[in-house]
Design a protein around this ligand. Structure first.
Ligand SMILES: [Zn+2]
Length: 249
C-alpha cells in the first residue's frame, strides 16, 4: 500500500485517539493568550512520579540542547545523554572563546499534576497532566518543598486529601510575555475545598495515572548526540538534496 493510500485509512485526531486534548502537558498561556492575560490562576495538586522516581518527591529535570540547524535552517533539539558530548563541546567552546556557544543548553522541570481548574484549557480540568516549568515556578516550588516553607508545606503539596495544599500558577502579562513569578501555594482552608468531592477511591485512581517522567523525553545516546552536533551545529554531511525540496506527493 502506498503512503497516500495509508493516509486515507487513518482516522483524524480526536480526544480519544491521541488528538490535541491528549497532549500530556498542562496548558499554560501562550504568547497570544498573554495579550489578554489579566492574572489567570491555574489550580493544581502535584502527584509523585511513583514509576521512575519512587524514592523522591523532587521534580524531574530535563536537560536539552537546541539550535537553529545548520543543515535544515529549522530549530532542532536533543535531550542530553549521561556524559553528554554536546555539553562537553559547550564547555570546550567556553574555555576556548569565553563566549556562549551558538547552541543552547537548557533545563526544564517536570512534575505530575492533577488539574483542578485550568481556565486556559478547561478540557484539562479533573485530568492528570504533566506540568512543564522553568525557573520562575521552580523557585516557588523549591521554597515550599525544601526551603523556608518545607516544614509547613513540604510533602503536603503531594497529598490529594484535605490535608494537602493546592499549587496555584498565577499567570500574568509582563511586556509581551506570560510570567509566573507570583504563583503560590494556596491556604489550607481554600485547598481543602478543592478536593471536597474526591473519595479515597478517586484519589487512588488519580495517583495511578501519574506518568513516568523519565520516559517523556528519552535521552539520546552519546553517539546520537555527537551526530546531532556534527549535523546541526557544525553542518557536516549536508544532504545532497536541498532540505526544502517539495515532498514527492
Ligand atoms: Zn548535553
Amino acid at each position: 500500500m502506498s503512503y497516500l493510500d495509508q493516509i486515507k485509512t487513518l482516522p483524524l485526531p480526536t480526544a480519544e485517539n491521541g488528538g490535541t486534548n491528549q497532549q500530556p502537558f498542562v496548558t499554560l498561556p501562550t504568547l497570544r493568550d498573554a495579550q489578554s492575560l489579566r492574572g489567570t490562576d491555574i489550580r493544581l495538586r502535584l502527584l509523585p512520579d511513583f514509576a521512575t522516581n519512587p524514592a523522591s518527591l523532587a521534580p524531574f529535570t530535563h536537560h536539552f540542547h537546541g539550535v537553529v540547524s545548520a543543515a535544515t535552517g529549522k530549530f532542532t533539539a536533543i535531550t542530553c545523554p549521561p556524559a553528554c558530548p554536546v555539553c562537553q563541546h559547550g564547555r570546550e567552546e567556553w574555555y576556548r572563546t569565553n563566549k556562549r556557544p551558538a547552541w543552547s543548553h537548557q533545563m526544564e522541570h517536570l512534575v505530575n499534576a492533577y488539574v483542578l481548574d485550568n481556565p486556559i484549557d478547561p478540557a484539562q480540568n479533573h485530568t492528570v497532566k504533566v506540568l512543564k516549568f522553568r525557573q520562575q515556578i521552580k523557585a516557588i516550588l523549591d521554597e515550599a518543598l525544601t526551603g523556608r516553607d518545607a516544614t509547613e508545606i513540604g510533602r503536603r503539596l503531594f497529598f490529594l486529601d484535605d490535608g494537602g495544599r493546592t499549587f496555584v500558577i498565577h499567570a500574568e502579562r509582563k511586556g509581551d510575555w506570560p510570567v509566573y513569578d507570583r504563583s503560590f501555594i494556596d491556604t489550607a482552608t481554600r485547598s481543602k475545598l478543592d478536593v471536597a468531592d474526591l473519595s479515597r477511591a478517586d484519589m487512588e485512581a488519580i495517583y495511578a495515572q501519574s506518568r513516568p517522567l523519565a520516559d517523556i523525553f528519552p535521552p539520546a545516546t552519546p553517539e546520537e548526540a555527537e551526530t546531532w552536533y556534527n549535523t546541526h551545529v557544525l553542518g557536516q554531511g549536508l544532504p545532497a538534496d536541498p532540505p526544502d525540496a517539495p515532498m514527492p506527493f
